[in-house]
Design a protein around this ligand. Structure first.
Ligand SMILES: NC(=O)c1ccc[n+]([C@@H]2O[C@H](COP(=O)([O-])OP(=O)(O)OC[C@H]3O[C@@H](n4cnc5c(N)ncnc54)[C@H](O)[C@@H]3O)[C@@H](O)[C@H]2O)c1
Length: 455
C-alpha cells in the first residue's frame, strides 16, 4: 500500500520503517530539513535498537523515502499518517499546532480520497478539528474530494520501539460509520493484516474512544509508578523494603508485576505531558481528575528524592564536593532526555555548589544539548562529560545512578570502591541488593530500601 507518514520522529520514523519492512511503499515527510538530509545520507536521528538496519534495508529496496516536499507527500499515500509532536502548551493542554498544520497541508494539496490517520497522541475531539481543518482547505479551493479521519494511537515504547511496533499487544483504531469511514476501516484492516496473523489484536471502536484509550493507558502506567514511589518513600521511613513489597503484591494476578518499580520518577516525552493533557481535558468539562493531579505532584517530588538523599548525607553546602552520575536518558535504550530525572538531579547538585562527572551509553550528545538549555555557562563548566562509567568516578564522593542501563547492572565493584573517594552509592533505580552492597563494603542508598532488620 502507498503510505505517507507526516513527522519523522520516534513514532513516525519507526512506523514508516516498519510499514516499509512489511512491503509497503512509504513516503516520510518532515519539516526539519537537517533530519531529512541526515536520513537521506544514511544516518539516523535517534537511537532505537534495530531501527538503523530496517531503514537502510528498505531505503535500498526503494520502499522508504524521506523528503520535505509537502505536495509530493500528499500525492503519495492514500493513507496519510500524522505522527508529529504534541508537546504541552503553557497551560498543560496538548499543543495541536503541528497536527493542525499537517492537516491543513493535506487539505491544501489532496485531489482524491484520503484516509487521514491521527497517530500522534491527541486529546479527545481532535479528529473533529483535523476534519474541520482539511474541510476548510478543500472548500477554499472548491475541491470536493472525500476523506475520512481515523484515530490510531501508538503504544510503542522508546528503547523497544521496533519490537513493539512489529509485535503490538494491541492495535487500537477508531473510525466513524460514514461511507468514507467504512472505506477507511477496510484500508486500515488491510494495512494491519500482517500484524493479526497469529491472533486478532485490533480493537475497533469509535474515534473518541480510541483517542481516549491512549491517554487512559499512559495515565494508568504513570499512576502505578507514582503509587510505588510514594510507598517507597514511606518504606524508607518505616524501615521496610519496597522491593520485597513489590514482589509481595505483584504476585497477585489482579495487580501483576509490571510497572511497579520505585525509582527516581518518570520522565520522557509521553507520561508527563499526557497526564497533564488528560487533566486539562477534564478541566474543560469541569471535572477535576484528583488521582492524576496526585500522580503528577508525586512525580515532581520524586525527581528531587535522589538529590535530597545526597544533601541529607553530605549537607546543604556541596561546594568542593564532586559526584559521579551514571545514566542521563529518561530510561535505558534511548537518547531521549525530555523530562529526564537526571536533569533535575544535576541542577540540584550544581545548585548546592558541587561539580559532577556524568556518563550515559548513548545520550551524551543529546544531554550536552539539553543541559546547555537548562543551565548557565558557569554551571555547564562544572559538568564533565566522561568517556565511560569508570571515567566518572575519580575524586567523586559518591556514585549516583539515575538510569537503569544494562551496562550498569553488574559493574566492577572493587574498581568503583577504589576509584571513589568514599564507597557510597545512591541508586535511583534499585539495581543492587542492599545486603550485597553492605558486604562489598559500600554505604548504599536505594529508593525505599532502608530495611531495619536484615533477614
Ligand atoms: N515517543 C514515544 O515514545 C511515543 C509513543 C507513543 C506515542 N507518541 C506520540 O506520538 C507523537 C510524536 O511523538 P515523537 O516522540 O515521535 O515526536 P518527535 O518530536 O520525535 O517527532 C515529531 C516530528 O514531527 C516533525 N513535524 C512537526 N510538524 C510537522 C509538519 N507540519 N509536517 C511534517 N513534520 C512535522 C518534527 O520536525 C519532528 O521531526 C506525539 O503525539 C507523542 O505523544 C510518542
Amino acid at each position: 500500500m502507498k503510505i505517507t507518514i507526516i513527522g519523522t520522529g520516534y513514532v513516525g520514523l519507526v512506523t514508516g520503517a516498519c510499514l516499509a519492512e512489511l512491503g509497503n511503499d512509504v513516503f516520510c515527510l518532515d519539516v526539519d530539513q537537517k533530519k531529512i538530509d541526515l536520513l537521506n545520507n544514511g544516518g539516523i536521528p535517534i537511537h532505537e535498537p534495530g531501527l538503523e538496519e530496517i531503514v537502510a534495508r528498505n531505503r535500498a529496496a526503494g520502499r522508504l523515502q524521506f523528503s520535505t516536499d509537502v505536495a509530493a507527500s500528499v500525492a503519495h499515500g492514500c493513507l496519510q499518517f500524522i505522527a508529529v509532536g504534541t508537546p504541552p502548551d503553557e497551560d498543560g493542554s496538548a499543543d495541536l499546532q503541528y497536527v493542525l498544520a499537517a492537516a491543513k497541508n493535506i487539505g491544501k494539496h489532496m485531489t482524491e480520497f484520503k484516509v487521514i490517520v491521527d497517530k500522534s497522541t491527541v486529546p479527545v475531539g481532535t479528529a473533529d478539528r483535523v476534519k474541520a481543518a482539511v474541510q476548510a482547505e478543500l472548500a477554499a479551493r472548491g475541491d470536493a474530494s472525500k476523506f475520512s479521519v481515523v484515530s490510531n494511537p501508538e503504544f510503542l515504547k522508546e528503547g523497544a520501539a521496533v519490537e513493539d511496533f512489529m509485535r503490538p499487544d494491541r492495535i487500537v483504531i477508531g473510525y466513524d460509520g460514514t461511507p468514507e469511514g467504512e472505506k477507511a476501516h477496510g484500508l486500515m484492516k488491510k494495512l494491519y493484516t500482517p500484524f493479526n496473523r497469529n491472533h486478532e489484536r485490533t480493537f475497533w471502536m469509535d474515534v473518541r474512544s480510541a483517542e481516549f484509550t491512549k491517554y487512559a493507558a499512559n495515565a494508568m502506567l504513570a499512576t502505578r509508578i507514582s503509587f510505588m514511589n510514594e510507598l517507597a518513600n514511606l518504606a524508607d521511613q518505616v524501615g521496610a523494603d519496597i522491593e520485597a513489597v513489590r514482589h509481595g503484591i505483584g504476585s497477585d494476578p489482579r495487580i501483576g508485576h509490571s510497572f511497579l518499580y520505585a525509582g527516581a520518577g518518570y520522565g520522557g516525552s509521553c507520561f508527563p505531558k499526557d497526564v497533564q493533557a488528560l487533566e486539562r481535558t477534564a478541566r474543560q468539562y469541569d471535572q477535576d481528575l484528583l488521582i492524576l493531579r496526585a500522580v503528577e505532584a508525586v512525580n515532581d517530588k520524586q525527581k528531587l528524592v535522589l538529590g535530597q538523599k545526597v544533601v541529607k548525607r553530605f549537607g546543604d553546602d556541596l561546594r568542593g564536593k564532586h559526584f559521579a552520575i551514571w545514566g542521563l536518558a529518561f530510561k535505558p535504550n534511548t537518547d531521549d532526555m525530555r523530562e529526564a530525572p537526571a536533569r533535575v538531579l544535576i541542577k540540584q547538585l550544581l545548585d548546592g555548589g558541587a561539580t559532577v562527572a556524568v556518563y550515559d551509553p548513548v545520550a551524551m550528545t543529546e544531554a550536552k544539548r539539553v543541559l546547555a538549555l537548562d543551565l548557565s555557562a558557569e554551571e555547564m563548566a562544572r559538568i564533565r562529560f566522561a568517556t565511560s562509567p569508570m571515567d566518572t568516578l575519580a575524586a567523586a564522593e559518591a556514585l549516583v545512578i539515575v538510569t537503569e542501563w544494562k551496562a550498569f547492572r553488574s559493574p566492577d565493584f572493587d574498581r568503583i570502591k577504589s576509584s571513589l573517594k568514599q564507597a557510597i552509592i545512591f541508586d535511583g533505580r534499585n539495581l543492587f541488593e542492599p545486603e550485597v552492597m553492605a558486604e562489598a563494603g559500600f554505604e548504599y542508598h536505594g529508593i525505599g530500601r532502608s530495611i531495619l532488620t536484615r533477614v
